[in-house]
Write a new protein. Structure first.
Length: 146
């Protein structure tokens, strides 16, 4: 009986603190995301690739084949002088899990990585690839093939 009372006391006293901490974390993460807002570009054909300015740096981004769920594709990014490059894939308004890839430079200095995207159970195919290049972010919306 004592154990039950202790558990009830912890729940009544500890649970509100945990909830406040979680709310604080969510608000903090939202502020961090806003501070590092991504520059959004339109890229009609990612296979052909696109050029953009990221801050004061000219970059080129592309992929090797049209993106299809569960099929590997290669991301390429020309960003002369870049040190760290990551690609994150999201769907606006929907949690699609952890889709983060670190790109590594090849012998020519082009950053590359093989990536694979999951299937969306709702049938949506609209994605946003967010490239983070040395702390600067570039968002590239695209639609997967069937």
């Amino acid at each position: 009986m004592e154990d039950i009372l202790k558990t009830q006391q912890w729940v009544s006293q500890g649970l509100p603190l945990v909830l406040v901490a979680m709310i604080g974390l969510v608000l903090w993460l939202g502020n961090v995301q806003q501070e590092h807002a991504a520059t959004r570009i339109d890229c009609p054909d990612l296979v052909k690739g696109c050029s953009a300015m990221l801050g004061e740096q000219a970059i080129e981004v592309g992929i090797d084949v049209p993106v299809r769920p569960l099929k590997a594709f290669n991301i390429r990014l020309k960003a002369p002088g870049a040190r760290r490059v990551e690609a994150r894939f999201t769907m606006e308004g929907m949690d699609m899990g952890f889709n983060l890839y670190t790109l590594h430079p090849d012998a020519a200095g082009v950053f590359r990585v093989n990536a694979t995207l999951p299937v969306c159970v709702t049938g949506r195919r609209d994605w946003v690839m967010t490239l983070e290049v040395d702390g600067q972010r570039l968002a590239v919306p695209f639609v997967t093939e069937l």
